[in-house]
Design a protein around this ligand. Sequence first.
Ligand code: ASP
Length: 417
Amino acid sequence: MEEQTSLRWWGKLHWQIFIAMGLAIPFGFWTGVPGAEAVGWMGELFLRLLKMVVVPLILFSIISGVCGVGSVSGVGRLGLKTVLYYVLTSSAAIMVGLLLANLIHPGDPSLQVLAGGSQPEVATQAPSLSELLFRMVPENPVEDMVYSGDDPTRGPNILGLIFFAVFFGMGILALPKERRDRARDMFETMFAVMMKITGWVIRLAPLGVFALLADVVGHTGFDAFVALGAYMLTVLAALLIHALVTLPLICLLVARRNPWKYAQALSPALATAFSSASSNAALPLTMESVEKRGGVPSRISSFVLPLGATVNMDGTALYECVAVIFIAQCYGVDLSFSQQLVVMLTALLASIGAAGIPHAGLVMMGIVLTAVGLPLTGIGLILAVDRILDMCRTTVNVFSDSIGAASVARLESPPGG
Ligand code: ASP
């Protein structure tokens, strides 16, 4: 990217984004709601541009990624490694969350008063296997690109889109050579076009990040932060352990990369994940950062990243776990060992099922609460601070997806292999 070759530090995108974040926080605090509303439209516009590119980007990236793998069995192998990475890292995150929530014990029955007020509508039952399958296999892929069902806040059905794209890519691989090459060329070109457009949108990231962050800071009061301090600290400490110990170790040992340098390359994606609280919205920047700045081959990242943005959510899984244990503590319920196992399992399912959009984790928490017999009103306890925690967990989600892409790339083509 051009900005990489600029000699001046302020010409580099990640510095521009850091400065934007540094300015947004005091701006939001000082100007409050009026200031937030004055700049909010810029953030909204930035998000709309990102959403505009995300569906065709996923479609073309996966088709060209699958074509790039070269064979149907290769796609199966890649898929297996990817899913294994997702499950292992999410489980590791959950265990850290469980450990800290039990050690710190942030919940207290005196906090129950916070549970009043309006409740968001939540999911209460984990989707059954057949439901998941039906959601994955679209009747009409064009409809899935637009709308996922009854809930207008959920946007396109990305899982169905991914399934169709993988199938389509495998269809191309099964064609006779001449046609296969022509189709592959075409989809690689389409993908290149989408990446070009993405690059233009990314130029606006400093402005977008500034506006989104100022908007959140301007609208959020301090009181809730004080009452829920111990809970927030538990989630944040667990997220930090996962992001600063577990994931860097995987980056070092499996991907064989310097985690610090890789994180620097990812900074535009991480900053967008943080300010938008949406893995889907950050996906265009994640792809650009991982491929162009991080040097991960496009045939791998084109497949691993869109799937990761939809199903791999380490930060969300960890958060579900801490939040449910916190709620149990506030209601004076002692969760037994087997109940905590149920929390772990359902938290993993809830994180897989959560869409890559703001507050999806909160909505899915109903599944975990119901599984261990806790009241859904418990969600009211943690509502006030959910946005800020959502920003942090989404950053960890995107960081994990990106390390997953580097790790799978390494496993797919070891040096000298
Ligand atoms: N906002 C998160 C994401 O997009 C999902 C969640 O709410 O935990 O990754």
